[in-house]
Design a protein around this ligand. Structure first.
Ligand code: ADP
Length: 447
């Protein structure tokens, strides 16, 4: 087992990882920017190293500084959290070259999944169902038209190097194709420095369902069920649940089994998420994330398993603490992402939190890195906390969530709490009856 883990992240996830390390008796080092000297993860860690000024590229993305911090403190492993360097293959390779363990998959696996065309090809080869579309990048309009005619309109053009919903354009008919292709290419080139795009069928009312997987480092793969993350705004997840209200136990075990086998065949090590669009009973792979997800706590709530413990165990060569047959799904969990944003326009609302009171009681978990008097720096993403609620079934979970949202107090800044208080009373949400466009339509109606 590791002696000392360096946490290369900030905010709630840095604290989340820190807690797991403490439970396992592992020493912790955190790195931070000058804007985060007062952050909770810095206060609670055994050691901290300031690695640079506020902009992420000079601090949380500064590989040399982070490696130097490992060497100074003698850390033998790095947990990257999510975002920042968590899916940076070069970072994983550099750590390996310094004999420091990256708590995540190999650089090669990160590379394959970071390229969406390569990821889709790999998924298909491993027997995972994919969205019908081009086999690889489309070279010109003529080819795009031929493929679109084959799969049928509407189609979506996506950037191979894509992420965060950028470089995606929908063409409803052939008349839209030329312009969609051009804009997607230009956007992709500007955002990622790579203008390769591919084409796939545009699904009209899908749900976003993702499967939590783990490779144990010895060639075995398991799944921890799915999460439904269909409630999104601008392709950003807002509310996540496990299990999905749309799946039955047979579908869960079928798609879970396919994913676990794929992970084993790939020889993947550590945590991963295989993301699908789900429509009319069919799953369509869209991408794989090779890291821990923001929404991992809903899976922890229904399985009772600490996924960060498992990540650390696997990375240290100790394998998983559970086999597939030990993983049972108990009840229902929902996570609300509390952002420092206007609840309608979603514009960021940094500033000082004058009062912070979190709900408690049975089935309530709050993962957050803020406190009363904390000043939210304007440089990073606006997530200030996550409310995760567990109940014996979805009805109980929703009852508890409503009560917890009432108790939650964040003064001094705007947050997305009022949005969740509205959602929890909505009939479609109560029935679990929503797709990936539901929230955008709801917000448009409210305006
Ligand atoms: P990114 O990595 O940029 O987030 P994804 O491939 O994960 O891109 O897609 C993000 C979101 O875009 C999905 O959750 C879904 O809302 C939408 N999307 C992507 N592909 C399709 C598709 N073929 N049909 C319909 N919607 C899609």
């Amino acid at each position: 087992m590791f002696q000392k883990i360096l946490i290369a992240n900030r905010g709630e996830i840095a604290l989340r990882v820190l807690r797991a390390c403490k439970e396992l008796g592992i020493q912790t080092v955190v790195v931070h920017s000058t804007a985060d000297s007062d952050a909770m993860h810095v206060r609670l860690a055994d050691e901290s190293v300031c690695i640079g000024p506020p902009p992420s590229r000079d601090s949380y993305l500064n590989i040399h500084q982070i490696v130097a911090a490992c060497e100074i403190t003698g850390a033998d492993a790095v947990h990257p959290g999510y975002g920042f360097l968590s899916e940076n293959a070069k970072f994983a390779d550099i750590l390996a070259a310094h004999n420091i363990t990256f708590i995540g998959p190999s650089g090669d696996h990160i590379r394959i999944m970071g390229d969406k065309i390569e990821a889709k090809r790999t998924a298909k080869r491993l027997g995972i169902p994919v969205v019908p579309g081009s086999d690889g990048a489309v070279s010109d309009e003529k080819e795009a038209k031929r493929i679109a005619a084959e799969i049928g309109y509407p189609v979506i053009i996506k950037a191979s190097a894509g992420g965060g919903g950028r470089g995606m354009k929908v063409a409803l008919t052939e008349a839209d194709l030329e312009i969609a292709l051009q804009t997607a290419r230009t956007e992709a080139g500007a955002a990622f420095g790579d203008d390769a795009v591919y084409i796939e069928k545009y699904l009209q009312k899908p749900r976003h369902i993702e499967v939590q997987v783990f490779g144990d480092g010895f060639g075995r793969g398991v799944h921890f069920g799915e999460r439904d993350c269909s409630l999104q705004r601008r392709h950003q997840k807002v509310w996540e649940e496990a299990n999905s209200p749309a799946l039955n136990a047979e579908e869960r075990s079928r798609i879970g089994g396919i994913c676990a086998k794929a992970i084993a065949d790939l020889g993947y090590s550590g945590a991963g998420t295989i993301e699908f669009l789900y429509e009319n009973g069919e799953f369509y792979f869209i991408e794989m994330n090779t890291r821990l997800q923001v929404e991992h706590p809903v899976t922890e709530a229904i399985t009772g398993i600490d996924l960060v413990h498992e990540q650390i165990r696997v990375a240290s060569g100790g394998g998983l603490s559970v086999r597939q047959e030990d993983i049972k799904f108990n009840g229902h969990a929902i996570e609300c992402r509390i952002n420092a944003e206007d609840p309608r326009t979603f514009t960021p609302s940094p500033g000082t939190i004058t009062h912070f009171h979190t709900p408690g009681g049975l089935g309530i978990r709050v993962d957050s890195g803020v406190y009363s008097g904390y000043k939210i720096p304007p440089y990073y993403d606006s997530l200030i906390g996550k409310l995760i609620v567990h109940g014996r079934n979805r009805v109980e979970c929703m009852m508890r969530l409503r009560r917890a949202l009432d108790e939650f107090v964040v003064d001094g800044i705007k947050t997305t709490l009022p949005l969740f208080r509205d959602l929890v009373g909505n009939a479609d949400i109560a029935n679990g009856d929503y797709d990936i466009h539901w929230l955008e339509k709801y917000l448009a109606k409210e305006e």
